[in-house]
Design a protein around this ligand. Structure first.
Ligand code: FES
Ligand code: FES
Length: 166
């Protein structure tokens, strides 16, 4: 069957079997290999992408389900040559070691900050509870999300300032 979706703003269409999982469609048809597959059974969160802004574990979503939808992967975070505040924060706070879990951590964190721009530490840990990391012990990941939250909310306040004067 033909499956079409928008991935990071680019339309991707390909022939795929109805049983094809979104993670494999992204990796093998769109050739975006930043989305990792760790467990293939909805346990680790390595494969999280945003579907219409909502985080989904792409190893348990059929590509056909995403037909006609908008997908954002980790490759869509960087704008031009500039890292997204979350990517910069994970770098600054040493929020990764091997990096295998990182794409899923970043996308889950983005969804968390989009719905809660100023989360508490508990809310961050709760928001990331579906993402497993074998390396970091999580503390630096939490610090990274806190750093990004500060940067992102400062940015939105700067952007919002002119509108407030109108
Ligand atoms: Fe999807 Fe582990 S690969 S949750
Ligand atoms: Fe290695 Fe998270 S950095 S699994």
């Amino acid at each position: 069957m033909n499956i079409s979706m928008t991935i990071n703003g680019r339309k991707v269409s390909a022939e795929a079997e109805s049983r094809t999982l979104l993670a494999y469609f992204i990796r093998e048809e769109a050739h975006l290999t930043g989305t990792h597959v760790g467990c293939d059974s909805s346990s680790c969160g390595c494969c999280v992408v945003l579907m219409d802004g909502t985080p989904v574990k792409s190893c348990t979503v059929f590509a056909a389900t995403a037909d006609g939808h908008s997908i954002q992967t980790v490759e869509g975070l960087k704008q031009g040559g500039t890292l997204h505040p979350l990517q910069q924060a994970f770098t600054d706070q040493h929020g990764l070691q091997c990096g295998y879990c990182t794409p899923g951590m970043l996308m889950t964190s983005l969804a968390l900050l989009n719905r809660n721009p100023d989360p508490t530490e508990h809310e961050i840990r709760d928001g990331l509870s579906g993402n497993l990391c074998r390396c970091t012990g999580y503390n630096n990941i939490v610090k990274a999300v806190q750093q990004a939250a500060g940067v992102m909310s400062a940015g939105s306040k700067v952007e919002a300032a002119p509108a407030a004067d109108d």
